[in-house]
Ligand binder design. Structure first.
Ligand code: IVH
Length: 683
């Protein structure tokens, strides 16, 4: 084996397979538009692997089989960057961006006064939070890749870069320059990062603090086989040296050409006609940020015209023609001043960190959740510690980690209470659950307040004006002891409360009156049965049609409801066999709360029975499991993959191969907005 020479036919076959695999790889990773299935791809790859194993002469370093890593190195070689790798100047607010634009205009003599300005276009792209690398291609073949290092000299990490699927080993297309260097960022997408850390945690191995560190740690492996197991991606943002390439006139056109040759470019790349459009782009991107599958730490604005870039030149280590507008930092360090314990609607005791106020994620944060007792143990945090606070998007601020080296000698242990901090009742912890709960139910004033707030909330009985502060006041003043008391509040009684004007008191009484006319799903959700969210409440209502039917349902019939498993069924049973809750329901009905029953349709008569739907991409207005529950409640099956039998595909943000497959199979697709409209029209 391996000593005979391959026939001309086999050589051809190997070349053909290699070309095909390169094309498919690019379609999948760079253009997000695959035309064959994963298993078909694997088959092609295996055929090539077999051939190469049989005839090692056929092996070339740019073969798609060579992404698995090579024998470990003892050290990285140094690489001198012929063109230094620069950094970027920063702008921290809109004013600084406008000043940047003004500087550009002055230097380019494009006019700075209103009404006398010539056009100055910018390229806008996200600032990816990873590691800068430079890739060198000779005759379209990947030859060498290096880290940025100090900008002048970096490290040769060719073998590691080879393992990244979106690093083309071989360029394709027309007029590929004989020498081409591209620059971009290697990063670890969030899904891969979370999966990696979850695995590391179960295996008791080192977890990475953030995706950036994970990308850096993965690229600095001397053993590229380790890098090969890490989910890394590579996206380019500029060209370095090149030979015999007549560069297009703008930055965006350069990137588009590089994309055609096989490199991934940011799908968010856009041009902005002026600096105001840049500011609008920044705001839009900041909103989008939480939905992206990778971390970005700002936006980079670049003067789009290359001749302008050349005129503007460089200062010290950064181009004059580009600027990064940073997003507010998502992490900051501060001191943990104290820990308080809050009681939630279901009695769960949540430790809340009181912090020395700190500016993070664009707001001042003085509280962060510590989730539960296990989390305190996991963090190993004490009062007085210096902690890293994280606030990403709209997520509740969290304590990410403790800086143990800064622990003062006065630091005190956090003592978890033995009794409910609101009512002194006993606490209990069900095995397998993280939460410690107060056992007093609605007797506990804290739980009562939360239950009332939930009952009045928008998706429940929607009592406008009955907000959190007012509920606290009403419970503290003894005006409300249980839910039905809401319906006996009098305008005079309300107006007597501090801070409530007569007008708003009478508005509130009207809102309370209006809330009596409701729907069964809203009412069920409002009751605050454990684990019964909006989607489950809707499924239960649709399945049983009336409250009486639901009250009588046994465990088995509850479990036959879409979205209800044994645990939820248990909570529902518990709720409807408790005499206290039954009395609350009876009193609410006596007070006039009412709803129409729902006509129960046989499974076969449900509007979507017989249909199979597929959900793909990320949804913004509901969770994937809510969407699934709603579809199932309407009689549809929800499948994981697209086939010719699929009725319809819902394509959320960043829908990938499933959307492509649906289009290839002519399966109708709808976006999230259309999906929500459709659901509301038939539910
Ligand atoms: S342009 C010649 N564009 O930011 C301009 N850099 O602070 C040099 N980065 O080392 C860089 N995304 O690692 C550019 N779209 C983007 C970027 C980007 C991330 C990083 C890059 C660079 C650092 C500069």
């Amino acid at each position: 084996m391996g000593h005979t020479s391959p026939s001309a036919e086999l050589i051809n076959q190997a070349t053909e397979l290699r070309d095909q695999l390169i094309q498919h790889n690019q379609r999948y990773y760079v253009h997000d538009d695959p035309t064959i299935s994963d298993s078909e791809y694997d088959q092609l790859l295996r055929r090539l692997q077999d051939l190469e194993q049989q005839y090692p002469q056929l092996l070339s370093p740019d073969s798609p089989t060579q992404r698995v890593g090579a024998p470990p190195l003892s050290a990285f070689k140094q690489v001198r960057h012929e063109l230094p790798m620069l950094s970027l100047d920063n702008a921290f607010d809109d004013t600084e961006l406008k000043e940047f634009d003004r500087r550009m205009r002055e230097r380019l003599k494009l006019g700075t006064e209103e009404g006398q300005q010539a056009a100055l276009e910018y390229a806008c792209e996200p600032k990816l939070d990873g590691l800068a690398v430079s890739l060198l291609y000779r005759d379209g073949v990947f030859e060498r890749g290096a880290t940025r290092g100090d900008g002048e000299t970096g490290e040769d990490i060719t073998l590691n870069l080879r393992t990244i699927a979106s690093v083309p080993l071989h360029l394709s297309g027309d007029n590929i320059p004989p020498l081409l260097e591209v620059r971009g960022e290697v990063y670890m997408p969030l899904a891969g990062f979370k999966a990696f850390n979850a695995r590391a945690e179960t295996a008791d191995e080192k977890v990475f603090i953030n995706p950036r560190n994970a990308a850096a740690g993965s690229l600095r492996q001397l053993d590229s086989k380790i890098t090969a197991t890490r989910p890394l991606e590579f996206c380019i943002y500029s060209v370095g040296i090149s030979e015999s390439w007549v560069l297009p006139a703008t930055h965006v056109e350069i990137l588009k050409q590089l994309n055609l040759w096989g490199f991934l470019i940011s799908p968010l790349l856009e041009t902005a006609a002026n600096i105001d459009a840049c500011i609008a782009y920044y705001q839009k991107a900041n909103e989008l940020r939480a939905t992206l599958n990778y971390d970005i730490d700002g936006i980079v604005f670049k003067v789009n015209r290359l001749d302008y870039q050349q005129q503007l030149g460089f200062v010290a280590r950064a181009p004059r023609w580009a600027i990064a507008r940073k997003f507010p930092a998502e992490e900051a360090t501060t001191q943990l001043l104290d820990v308080e314990f809050q009681v939630g609607r279901t009695g769960a005791i949540t430790p809340v960190a009181r912090l020395d106020p700190v500016f993070v994620g664009g707001v001042t944060v003085s509280n962060a959740t510590l989730h539960n007792r296990d989390e305190i143990a996991r963090l190993g945090v004490k009062i007085g510690d210096t902690v890293v606070v994280r606030r990403a998007g709209d997520v509740i601020p969290q304590i990410a980690r403790v800086l143990l080296e800064d622990r003062p000698s006065s630091a005190r242990a956090i003592v978890f209470p033995e009794h409910c901090p609101a009512c002194e009742s006993a606490l209990s912890r069900i095995e397998g659950e993280a939460a410690v709960r107060c056992t007093a139910g609605l007797i506990c004033p804290a739980q009562r307040k939360q239950a009332i707030k939930h009952f009045a909330s928008r998706d429940a009985l929607d009592i406008e004006g009955l907000g959190d502060k007012l509920v606290d006041q009403l419970v503290d003043a003894g005006c409300i002891h249980s839910l039905p008391d809401i319906y006996h509040l009098k305008a005079a009684e309300l107006a007597a409360l501090e801070r409530l004007a007569e007008k708003s008191a009478s508005n509130l009484v009207a809102a309370i009156e209006a809330s009596k006319q409701t729907t069964l799903p809203r009412f069920l959700y409002a009751l605050g049965i454990r684990e019964v969210g909006k989607a489950t409440a809707r499924s239960l209502a649709q399945h049983f049609g009336s409250l009486e039917n639901l009250e009588e349902a046994d465990g088995d019939s509850l479990k036959s409801v879409a979205d209800v498993g044994p645990i939820v069924a248990g909570f529902v049973r518990q709720f409807f066999t408790n005499t206290d809750t039954l009395k609350v329901i009876a009193d609410l009905r006596d007070a006039g709360v009412h709803w129409p029953d729902i006509e129960v349709l046989e499974q076969a008569a449900l509007p979507l029975s017989g249909e199979t739907w597929v959900l793909t991409g990320s949804l913004n207005t509901m969770t994937r499991s809510d969407a699934k529950a709603r579809l199932e409640a309407l009689g549809a099956k929800v499948a994981g993959s697209v086939s010719a039998n699929t009725t319809r595909v819902v394509a959320g943000d960043k829908a990938g191969s499933k959307l492509a497959k649906a289009e290839a199979l002519n399966v109708p697709t709808i976006n999230e907005t259309e999906f929500v409209e459709y659901l509301t029209s038939i539910e």
